[in-house]
Design a protein around this ligand. Structure first.
Ligand code: FAD
Length: 292
């Protein structure tokens, strides 16, 4: 199903982001997580795509499992850095034949561990080029990534918003944000987006903090600030994983409740392929809500 149609008919909902398991051996555990989270009635689930196409086969296999073994609406992430138009065209046809008709169009980053990778060899420079390319097929809902604190390479928040607007104007149907831990960044982003005339749905990306060290590493790479009050609350429990998760659950519930109080109705959760913590968060938020 096209997510853009679902977004028009639903008054709210949640979605889950997964990454492809490393091998076929991880399939049972992965599908177990998906089935556990299925009870929360996601409007769609998405599967990430390795930088420079490094996990293309695994992403496609994971999408196939989800298509064949669940009734979930699926979305493929897709990065274009280093790709050729010919390869992208083949992939679009493959998606159509698989019944995957929702794509999160991304530029991506140069893949780690591929020293001779040349980003300029590809025929797509920015995500906006990919959005324009996919739009030609007239078959897909297209989502894009947006950055409440600005993308790490953007020279300023104003330029970041300018490029975001251009990318959306190429034909994006909705956007998902990078993780953020202080809702003020999201509210300020929404104000900037409104001022510049962005009208598509923007869904906040929520990253539960299960392990502060890992999240700090990831957050520093993608320029997401972890506020001091969160550090003070979690860091004393660095060596007590269960307690750290309990506080991470509380923080995510508080974050989503504040967003709900400020009118947010759709949430995209970064699952890290784990169900337990997220299930507690969603139960704490009374999902699935009957009105969805
Ligand atoms: P773009 O929109 O192309 O922006 C990249 C940079 O270029 C920005 O700084 C932007 O301001 C600048 N820019 C844009 N247009 C112009 C222009 N015309 N002139 C000059 N500068 C310009 N990565 C993966 O590898 N796989 C995934 O599955 C994946 N999933 C993600 C999901 C979400 C929800 C998010 C938020 C990110 C995800 N990423 C993923 C990370 C993403 O690939 C990186 O953040 C990447 O660095 C930027 O991708 P983008 O699509 O936002 O790029």
């Amino acid at each position: 199903m096209l997510i853009r149609d679902i977004l028009k008919t639903r008054s709210g909902g949640i979605s889950f982001e997964f990454f492809p398991p490393k091998s076929e051996a991880g399939k049972d555990a992965f599908m177990g997580v998906v089935k556990e989270l299925r009870q929360f009635d996601p409007i769609y689930v998405s599967v990430t795509y390795g930088a420079g196409g490094t996990t293309q086969e695994r992403t496609l296999t994971t999408l196939e499992w989800l298509r064949n073994e669940t009734d979930l609406t699926v979305m493929s992430h897709l990065t274009c850095i280093g790709a050729t138009q010919k390869a992208m065209d083949e992939l679009m046809r493959k998606y159509i034949s698989m019944g995957v008709n929702n794509i999160l169009a991304l530029r991506g980053d140069p893949p780690k561990g591929v020293p001779d990778f040349d980003p300029f060899k590809g025929e797509f420079r920015y995500a906006s080029d990919l959005v324009r390319f996919i739009r030609r097929y007239d078959s897909f809902t297209i989502a894009v990534a947006v950055y409440p604190e600005g993308h790490q390479e953007s020279p300023s928040l104003e330029m970041d918003m300018e490029y975001t607007k251009r990318k959306i104007d190429e034909g994006a149907d909705f956007a998902i944000t990078q993780m953020f831990f202080d809702n003020r960044y999201f509210y300020q982003f929404m104000e900037r987006a409104e001022r510049i005339g962005i009208k598509i749905p923007i869904i906040p990306g929520i990253m539960p903090i299960g392990d502060i060290r890992k999240i700090t590493e990831f957050a520093s790479f993608c320029k997401a600030t972890i506020p001091e009050w969160i550090r003070k609350r979690i860091e004393p429990f660095q060596n007590e994983p269960e307690e750290m998760k309990r506080i991470g659950i509380e923080i995510a519930i508080e974050q989503c409740m504040d967003l709900q109080e400020n009118g947010v109705r759709f949430f995209h959760f970064y699952t890290l392929n784990r169900a337990e913590m997220l299930s507690s968060i969603l139960r704490g938020l009374n999902f699935p809500l009957p009105l969805f």
